[in-house]
Design a protein around this ligand. Structure first.
Ligand code: NDP
Length: 276
């Protein structure tokens, strides 16, 4: 007698639903594409509706135009994703802006915009999503930066916002780990995206360097001697989002080609400097 496979098999678990905030370009767009490819249902958010919709159509995600600096819009966003998809298993807090400048250069508006986009939005997203992530025993991943781990000049607001975002995420891990939620931060180094291209133009323009030459220059002492591609950062995010990192909680994972490993005191011994 033939057994009915359908009746004796457990019902397949539903595809996870992930929300990627800040996915109109760069790392967020790569995360969305790779999450869809992994079998997840993916909601993407950003402010530029036309650009965001192209990304969503290109990879098979659903677009939600929202500004993550606005509490009400974030609450509506999360509610809409859960209403449309029935659940929420993963959130990627990736939206970010970079306003370069030290304390004497930054305006109040630079400071507020940076903190609100890079840090306060993580708080808004976490607060709106946590009830759903507790239900699904889900995962929260923040895209921080190595600028939040190591100090440098000319990045006061950005570095402070990224350090704060990583610590806020660690507090989620401590507080909601007992309820089954994991929370981790990925800290990229230089990654070829719209944001970093703009930085390269600002850095290299006055020196007469093109964007590629500028990337080469700023990665001169990076052990891998190149910037990351967005998909390489997305791989780290996807790992933290999914089941293969099931006992990883509260960590900051650098994806920086070894940048933060380098000992500044040994930099003068680097052969590439000695060639100069
Ligand atoms: P991009 O500029 O390509 O992407 C930034 C994304 O954030 C865009 O999709 C943008 O979409 C979205 N965004 C910005 N502000 C808001 C907002 N208020 N509401 C909703 N979405 C918003 O840069 P990256 O891909 O490089 O940046 C992604 C993350 O990676 C950022 O957090 C950045 O700080 C971090 N990072 C990047 C590094 C790099 O070298 N590229 C290095 C280290 C960290 P839209 O404009 O449509 O709103």
């Amino acid at each position: 007698m033939q057994r009915s496979v359908t009746s004796s098999s457990p019902s397949p678990s539903p595809a996870p639903v992930h929300l990627v905030a800040g996915a109109s370009s760069g790392i967020g767009a790569a995360v969305a594409a790779q999450a869809v490819a992994s079998g997840a249902r993916v909601a993407v958010c950003g402010r530029r509706g036309d650009v965001l919709r192209k990304v969503a159509e290109g990879c098979g995600a659903t677009a939600y135009v929202a500004d993550v600096t606005d509490r009400a819009q974030v609450e509506e966003l999360v509610a809409a994703v859960v209403r449309d998809h029935g659940r929420l298993d993963g959130v990627v807090a990736n939206a970010g802006v970079m306003r370069p400048g030290g304390v004497l250069d930054l305006t109040d508006e630079d400071w507020d915009a940076t903190l609100r986009t890079n840090l306060t939005s993580v708080f808004f997203l976490a607060r709106a999503a946590l009830p759903h992530l507790i239900n699904s025993k889900g995962s929260f991943v923040t895209v921080g930066s190595i600028a939040g781990l190591r100090a440098s000049g000319g990045m006061s607001a950005y570095a402070a916002s990224k350090a704060g975002a990583a610590m806020l995420t660690a507090t989620l891990a401590a507080e909601f780990g007992p309820r089954g939620v994991r929370a981790n931060t990925v800290c990229p180094g230089w990654t070829r995206t719209e944001m970093a291209d703009e930085e390269m133009r600002e850095f290299g323009g006055p020196l007469g360097l093109g964007v590629d030459e500028s990337y080469a220059e700023v990665t001169t002492l990076v052990p891998q001697r190149r910037p990351a591609e967005p998909h390489e950062i997305a791989d780290a995010v996807l790992w933290l989002l999914g089941p293969h990192s099931s006992y990883v909680n509260g960590t900051t994972l650098t994806a920086d080609g070894g940048t933060t490993m380098v000992d500044p005191g040994a930099v003068p011994f680097d052969f590439r400097l000695s060639e100069r």
